[in-house]
Design a protein around this ligand. Structure first.
Ligand SMILES: [Zn+2]
Length: 183
């Protein structure tokens, strides 16, 4: 027996299909529909690339995080890294801001690290833009569902985290761009 699924039904099942969480029978119905429907195929591809972008962002964030931790652990850079995070959060006085800027100028390693971070942020920014573009149309619900389904990866308040992450990245990106320009 073959059941012909509608596009709406297939759309609703796509993210489960990608996760291989459908029963064999349902999977066959989805695949039968995908064979004949270019629209749903395009959705599947868009969804896959969006998930890939989200994963990339997540991986890159881990790299940045571990990099920042390494940096903080380095005694030589300890003061700077503390100031840097406050600097990024715009929590420093003008005087302290100036100190950080001077440190960046006088310390080639700090500049190198900042440039690396800058490049990394740019890649992350691009990934986010890509994910954002892919989420046009009715894909936003797929993102939300993906995030729901990946709570173990993204944490319990995943949506808030993604939003916060996005804001942090934008902030850091802007500030590093200002630093690079200023230097
Ligand atoms: Zn279809």
């Amino acid at each position: 027996m073959t059941v012909n699924l509608t596009c709406t039904q297939v759309s609703a099942l796509l993210s489960f299909y990608i996760d291989d969480k459908l029963s064999n029978q349902l999977k066959q119905f989805v695949e039968a529909h995908l064979e004949i429907c270019p629209t749903c195929n395009a959705k599947l591809e868009a969804l896959r690339s969006m998930i890939k972008s989200l994963r990339e962002v997540h991986e890159k964030l881990s790299v940045v995080k571990s990099g920042a931790e390494e940096y903080a652990q380095s005694e030589q850079n300890n003061d700077f890294s503390i100031n840097l995070s406050a600097y990024i959060d715009n929590e420093l006085s003008d005087e302290e801001n100036l100190k950080v800027k001077k440190y960046i100028i006088s310390n080639p390693k700090a500049r190198q690290d900042l440039e690396k971070m800058y490049k990394l942020k740019k890649i992350m920014q691009n990934s986010f833009d890509k994910a954002k573009n892919n989420s046009k149309g009715d894909y936003s619900k797929f993102i939300l569902r993906r995030i729901d389904m990946h709570e173990e990866i993204y944490g319990p308040d995943s949506f808030a985290k993604v939003v916060a992450l996005f804001i942090i990245i934008l902030t850091v990106f802007t500030i590093t761009a200002v630093i690079i320009f200023w230097v």
